[in-house]
Write a protein that binds this ligand. Structure first.
Ligand code: ZN
Length: 224
């Protein structure tokens, strides 16, 4: 699958139309808090949605809809709007003090300093986050600097949002605010970059497929 750093159009559209369950919504809303580019795309999507309802002829062909949608996306990508100011989390004055933006912060009950980490082994930690939907597993992960996540595949969707530090997945580098979207087609082994632990929000809808038998053995105990 194609590696990207912002939420995909399909997932953003599901978010905008309110069909996503709570776990996915937390990840995307928190990503939006950190990504001006994704906020612009959402605003455009909402405008386009309003325009579709208002202006479309009674029987639009799917091809016309697709063309006008692609034209809007191209215009957005080419446009330089004034919405380039960094979000509050990247403001130099409070970047150090705010790691977890809303809505995630409320779910955790404070910022990262108040997190009661639970050990996962090999220096990694997690914090499961309770949500009301029955479909998703939501957790904060802390991967030690320079260390890998055990190699794994996926039985469903996995969203990983970087909140602090960064990780590499193959050639791609994911830093604060970046969202990686994985599915059944991706087998990977993200590695936290040197110098700083990587803190991420991870949301899945099925247990991961770990390659190591040892990790598979402890998987039910850890609930990953
Ligand atoms: Zn994964």
């Amino acid at each position: 699958m194609k590696i990207r750093h912002q939420v995909s159009d399909a997932l953003l559209l599901d978010y905008a139309t309110g069909v996503l369950s709570e776990g996915w919504r937390i990840a995307i809303a928190t990503h939006l808090a950190l990504s001006p580019q994704s906020r612009r795309r959402l605003a455009l999507m909402e405008m386009a949605g309003g325009a579709l309802v208002r202006d479309l002829p009674p029987e639009p062909s799917p091809l016309d809809e697709e063309r006008s949608w692609m034209a809007l996306i191209r215009r957005l990508e080419n446009s330089k709007t004034q919405d380039e100011a960094p979000p509050p989390g990247r403001n130099p004055q409070n970047a150090a003090s705010v790691v977890l933006p809303e809505p995630l912060r409320s779910y955790v009950g404070g910022d990262v300093a108040s997190v009661k980490w639970r050990p996962l082994g090999r220096g990694a930690y997690h914090l499961p986050i309770a949500v009301d939907d029955k479909n998703t597993m939501v957790r904060l992960l802390r991967i030690p600097a320079g260390k890998p996540v055990p190699e794994h595949g996926h039985r469903g969707r996995e969203l990983t949002l970087v909140l602090s530090g960064s990780f590499r997945d193959g050639e791609a580098l994911f830093a604060r605010g970046d969202l990686e979207e994985a599915d059944e087609t991706l087998q990977h082994q993200p590695v936290a970059t040197e110098g700083e632990d990587c803190i991420c929000l991870a949301v899945t809808d099925a247990p991961l497929k770990f390659r190591s038998w040892l990790v598979r053995a402890v998987q039910p105990i850890l609930g990953i």
